[in-house]
Design a protein around this ligand. Structure first.
Ligand code: MN3
Length: 251
């Protein structure tokens, strides 16, 4: 009798364990599916962007080896300035505290208007873009960023090709991105219009390390329809010192 009770108890205990094991297994599959559905968003970035346009860190004509001064002037003082104005207008209408980082809004952009999405993204993307260029480009990163690019994309040249392709293949207007996913892995992707990987509605999610504007307004005066030529020239003015600091600040 005692033996029967013992074996019944042990059967029940084993069934409970089996149920737990199955449940744990399902949870594991669940989290695996979740991780397969796309890169996780990066949280806790030390980088913060304000709502006002910062001064351009060089003259309009300083990047002439890649981008002419007239394009830079129109781009910064008209296109980007308009995004900043419209962003502040949307923030006022939608009760957004502009003393807080813009990143907070972009992370939950689905809760705001299309005006906030287009202009919040437009402002953030351009603020990053201006800083990502310099007349004194080293034309290649070094240190941890170079190592990570080589590990992720097999070589620096291969990274450039893949990033360039993301820009060339973006249909219509948008951006090419090098970004860090939630596992701190470097990835390449692109977004339409003024979306970016910080946005909760974006197909690619993570923290932007380097972004390239492939809207026609960024290159049309000198390059007309030849977006690939613009991208090839653009590498001459990438501010790798800044991009490296950005990358290392996130690691
Ligand atoms: Mn632009």
């Amino acid at each position: 009798m005692e033996n029967n009770n013992t074996s019944r108890r042990s059967f029940l205990a084993n069934s409970a364990k089996a149920t737990l094991a199955v449940t744990a297994g399902m949870a594991a599959v669940g989290s695996l599916l979740e991780s397969c559905s796309g890169p996780k968003a990066v949280t806790g970035s030390p980088f913060k962007t304000g709502f006002a346009q910062e001064p351009l860190p060089y003259s309009y004509s300083a990047l002439d080896k890649a981008i002419d001064g007239t394009t830079m002037e129109i781009h910064y003082s008209k296109h980007a300035a308009t995004y900043a104005t419209n962003l502040n207008d949307a923030a006022k209408n939608e009760g957004v505290d502009i003393t807080k980082p813009l990143e907070d809004v972009l992370g939950k952009i689905s809760k705001y208007s299309t005006k906030m999405r287009n202009n919040g993204g437009g402002h953030y993307n351009h603020e990053l873009f201006w800083k990502s260029m310099s007349p004194n480009s080293s034309e290649k990163p070094s240190g941890k960023l170079l190592t990570a690019l080589e590990e992720s994309f097999s070589s620096f040249d291969s990274f450039k090709t893949q990033f360039g392709d993301a820009g060339k293949n973006r249909f219509g207007s948008g951006w090419a991105w090098l970004f860090l996913d939630g596992d701190k892995k470097l990835r390449i992707g692109s977004t339409p219009n003024q979306d970016n990987p910080l946005m909760d509605i974006s197909e690619i999610k993570g923290f932007p390390v380097l972004g390239l504007d492939v809207w026609e307004h960024a290159y049309y005066l000198r390059y007309q329809n030849k977006r690939p030529d613009y991208i090839t020239s653009w590498w001459k003015v990438v501010n790798w010192d800044f991009i490296q600091k950005r990358y290392e600040g996130m690691m």
